[in-house]
Design a protein around this ligand. Structure first.
Ligand code: FAD
Length: 497
C-alpha cells in the first residue's frame, strides 16, 4: 500500500533479487519485492500459464503489437506475427544498435531463459571479476548457487539414445571431427521430468518446444527455487505489475521509492510511494542501469559514482546456423533445452552452445548461440529531451564476435564440406548479430559500487544483479550472477544490518 514503510525493498525478482530476498528474510528482515512484470501464477483459458514458442499469443511479448522472434526468418521468409499488446513475459528492448532480450515477471530472466547453468572455468574467473576472492567463490558461493538453483546435467546414456537430442549428437560429431572440445552443459531443467515427457507419462514441456515464452512444467525457474524458499519464510511479499521510477533520499537515512502500478495493457493505473531503510537494485543489468543513470542525471541521486552507466557488454552473443548434408539430419523432434557446447574459448575466444531449432520439422540445420570474448563495452546516457536512457552500442561492434565464432564454424564447415545457413536472420544473412540474451554491466563491482555492491555515496543503497558484472562472464551468466549475489548479501548482512 502507498505510504508503507519497509526495512528492505528489492527492485526486481530475477536472480540477484531472489537471492537478496531469501537471505535477508532468513536473517529476520522483512522484505518487499517490486516487480514490473506479471506474477505468472494463473493459467489462461487454455489451462496454461505460458504460451508455446511455436504459437506466440498475448502472453509472449512485453507490450508489443508484433512478435520480435530472435530467429526471425525461416527459409528466407519473415515469421513474426501480430499479437495483442499485453504485459507478456519476454521483452525485446530496442536500443540504437542492439535488441536486448529480458524476462518480465516474478522470476525475471529465469522465466524465459534456457536454464543453462554454467560455472565459468576458474582460470577465466579473474578476467571477469579480478577484485573478488576466487577461492571463496569456488569453495563457497558457486556451490551454494548451484545447490540453490537445482543445477543438474543430462544423463549421457539418455543423450545418446533419445530422438530429442539427435541435434546435440550431430553437434558433438561435428565438433569432435574438427578436434574441438565438446562439453555437456548443466541446466536447471528437471532431467527426470524430461525423460518422463518422452515416455508420455507427464505433460510435455521442453519436448513440446516450450522455452522462450516460458516453460509450463519442467524448468526449475526461480519461482520454484529461491523465490519459493523466500515466500516460505513468511517475511517476503511481492508486488507484481509495479514499476519503480524513483529512489530518493528521505529523512532518517531512509529512501522514498516511487512506483507506478500497471494494468496488463501497460497503462499506469496508480502511483505509489513507499519508504525503505534499504533498497536493493535488482532490476537486471539494463533495468538497474536505466534507473541509476536517470536518478544521477536528474539530480535525485547526484552523488552516484561517475562509473555508473559504464562497462556494459553483450557477453559476446552471436548466433548462426550451418546447413548439413542430407545424410546428417538434426531431427524433427528437438528438446527446447540445450545441453551441450563446443569450447574454443582459450584458442579462439568462443564458447558455442549447440542450440535447438524446435520447428517440428526436419531442417537439416545445426544452430548455435556463441558466447565470445568481445572487447567492446558500451555506456548508458540520459537523453533529457526524449526523457529516456540510451545505450551507445554499435551493431558493427559484433564483428570481433563473428570472427571468434568463425574460429569454430569455418573449421567445421571446411571439414564437413558444408556452408552457413543464410535464411535464418534475413534474406542472405548469416549472422544473428543484432541481439543479446545476456546483458551485463552498467554498475560494475568495485567501480560504480564498492567490492560488495554498495552505492557508497548513499548508505543503504545496493546493486545486486547482472549490472555488477563487467560485460562478459565467458559462459552463460546466471550462475555467476547468483553466486556473486550470495557472496555480497552474506557480507552485507554480516556488516551492515
Ligand atoms: P533479471 O533476471 O533480468 O531480473 C530483473 C527483474 O527486474 C525482471 O523481472 C524485470 O522485469 C524487473 N524490473 C526491471 N526494471 C524494473 C523496475 N523499474 N521496477 C520493477 N521491476 C523491474 N543465462 C544463463 O545463464 N543461461 C541461459 O540458458 C540463458 N538463456 C537465456 C535466454 C533468454 C531468451 C534470455 C532473455 C536470457 C537468457 N539468459 C541465460 C540470461 C539470464 O536470464 C540473465 O542473465 C539473468 O536473468 C539476469 O539476472 P538479473 O538478476 O541480473 O536480472
Amino acid at each position: 500500500a502507498s505510504g508503507a514503510q519497509v526495512p528492505a525493498l528489492v527492485i526486481g525478482t530475477g536472480y540477484g533479487g531472489a537471492v537478496a530476498a531469501l537471505r535477508l528474510a532468513q536473517a529476520g528482515v522483512d522484505v518487499h519485492m517490486i516487480e514490473m512484470g506479471m506474477a505468472w501464477d494463473t493459467p489462461g483459458t487454455d489451462g496454461k500459464i505460458f504460451c508455446n514458442t511455436r504459437e506466440p499469443d498475448y502472453r509472449s511479448y512485453w507490450l508489443r503489437t508484433r512478435t520480435k522472434a530472435p530467429l526471425n526468418y525461416f527459409l528466407g521468409f519473415p515469421i513474426d506475427r501480430d499479437i495483442p499488446r499485453h504485459t507478456g513475459v519476454l521483452d525485446a528492448e530496442e536500443f540504437g544498435g542492439i535488441t536486448v532480450y529480458q524476462g518480465r515477471g516474478v522470476g525475471g530472466g529465469s522465466l524465459v531463459n534456457g536454464g543453462m547453468a554454467v560455472t565459468p572455468k576458474r582460470a577465466n574467473f579473474a578476467s571477469v571479476l579480478p577484485s573478488v576472492n576466487a577461492n571463496e567463490m569456488y569453495d563457497v558461493y558457486y556451490p551454494r548457487a548451484n545447490a540453490g538453483l537445482g543445477v543438474g546435467t543430462i544423463d549421457p546414456a539418455w543423450f545418446d539414445s533419445t530422438a530429442y537430442y539427435q541435434y546435440g549428437r550431430v553437434g558433438r560429431k561435428h565438433a569432435q571431427r574438427s578436434n574441438f572440445p565438446f562439453v555437456f552443459v548443466p541446466d536447471v531443467y528437471d532431467w527426470d521430468y524430461m525423460k518422463a515427457e518422452e515416455a508420455g507419462t507427464v505433460p510435455k514441456s521442453a519436448l513440446a518446444g516450450e522455452i522462450l515464452y516460458g516453460n509450463n512444467h519442467g524448468k526449475k525457474s526461480l519461482q520454484k527455487t529461491y523465490l519459493a524458499q523466500a515466500k516460505a519464510t513468511g517475511r517476503v511479499t511481492v508486488s507484481p505489475l509495479h514499476r519503480v521510477t524513483s529512489v530518493a533520499p528521505a529523512s532518517g537515512g531512509r529512501y522514498t521509492v516511487t512506483m507506478e502500478q500497471l494494468d496488463t495493457s501497460g497503462n499506469t493505473i496508480a502511483t505509489k510511494t513507499v519508504t525503505a531503510d534499504r533498497v536493493f537494485f535488482a532490476a537486471g543489468s539494463v533495468g538497474t542501469s536505466k534507473l541509476l543513470v536517470k536518478l544521477k542525471a536528474t539530480g535525485v541521486l547526484p552523488n552516484l559514482s561517475g562509473e555508473v552507466s559504464k562497462g556494459w557488454g553483450d557477453n559476446g552473443n552471436v548466433m548462426c546456423g550451418r546447413a548439413n548434408h542430407l545424410w546428417d539430419p538434426t531431427g524433427s523432434l528437438q528438446s527446447a533445452i540445450p545441453c551441450c557446447g563446443i569450447d574454443n574459448w582459450a584458442a579462439g575466444g568462443a564458447f558455442a552452445e549447440v542450440a535447438p531449432l524446435p520447428t517440428g520439422i526436419e531442417t537439416w540445420a545445426s544452430f548455435y548461440l556463441s558466447i565470445t570474448n568481445n572487447p567492446h563495452r558500451a555506456q548508458f546516457s540520459w537523453n533529457a529531451s526524449a526523457n529516456k536512457v540510451e545505450l551507445n552500442w554499435q551493431t558493427a561492434w559484433k564483428q570481433p564476435s563473428i570472427d571468434m565464432a568463425k574460429t569454430i564454424f569455418d573449421r567445421i564447415n571446411a571439414k564437413e564440406g558444408t556452408i552457413y545457413r543464410t535464411d535464418l536472420f534475413g534474406v542472405y544473412k548469416i549472422w544473428g548479430d543484432h541481439l543479446t540474451y545476456h546483458p551485463l554491466g552498467g554498475a560494475v563491482l568495485n567501480r560504480a559500487t564498492d567490492n560488495y555492491g554498495r552505492l557508497t555515496a548513499y548508505p543503504g543503497l545496493y546493486v545486486i544483479d547482472g549490472a555488477l558484472i563487467p560485460g562478459n562472464t565467458t559462459v552463460n551468466p546466471f550462475v555467476t550472477i547468483t553466486a556473486l549475489a550470495e557472496r555480497n548479501i552474506e557480507h552485507i548482512i554480516a556488516t551492515d544490518l
